[in-house]
Ligand binder design. Sequence first.
Ligand SMILES: [Zn+2]
Length: 162
Amino acid sequence: MSHSFYLRQAIAQAIKAQSEGQNPIGCVIVDEGGAIIAQAHNEVSKRNDRTAHAEMLAIQKAIRAAGNDSARGWTLYTTIEPCIMCLSTIVMSHIGTVVWGAEDRHMEAHKLLTATAYMRTRRLVTIACPDADIERECERINSEYWTSMGRPDVLRPIEGED
Ligand SMILES: [Zn+2]
C-alpha cells in the first residue's frame, strides 16, 4: 500500500473528529508488514485533555496492540505535521518513520529534529506532503476548522520570530 492509501485512512479519522466538533486531525500507525495497528482522531474537547491529540492516542493504541519492541519498523501517518508534543513522543517511542499530509506552518515542529544532537541521533525519517491532492484536502479540512473557530492566525507562520 502507498503513502496516499494510509493518509486517506488518516483523513477518514480526521473527518470523525470533525463530526464531533474537534480539531480535525487523524492518525494511523502501520507496522513493518503494512498492517494498520492503530487509528485515532483528536479527542481534546471530548476528553477535556490537551494531550489527547490523534498521534498520542494512536501511539498508545499501537503499543497496546503490538508492544514497544517493533516500533522502529512502524510508520505513523497523520493529516497535519505533528505538533511539538506529538513529534517528541514519536521520537521517544522509537517510531521509525512519520508521514504527514500537510505542513503546520504555525508551529513548524519539524525544526525540533535538528535542534539538538540527541534529536539528530534519533534519525527519525520524515516524509512531508507526499501527495498534492491529499495535501490540499488536509489543508482544507484544517483551514475550515480554524476559520470557523475565528482563529485563522493558527494557519499562518508566527510573525517576527526566528
Ligand atoms: Zn500533537
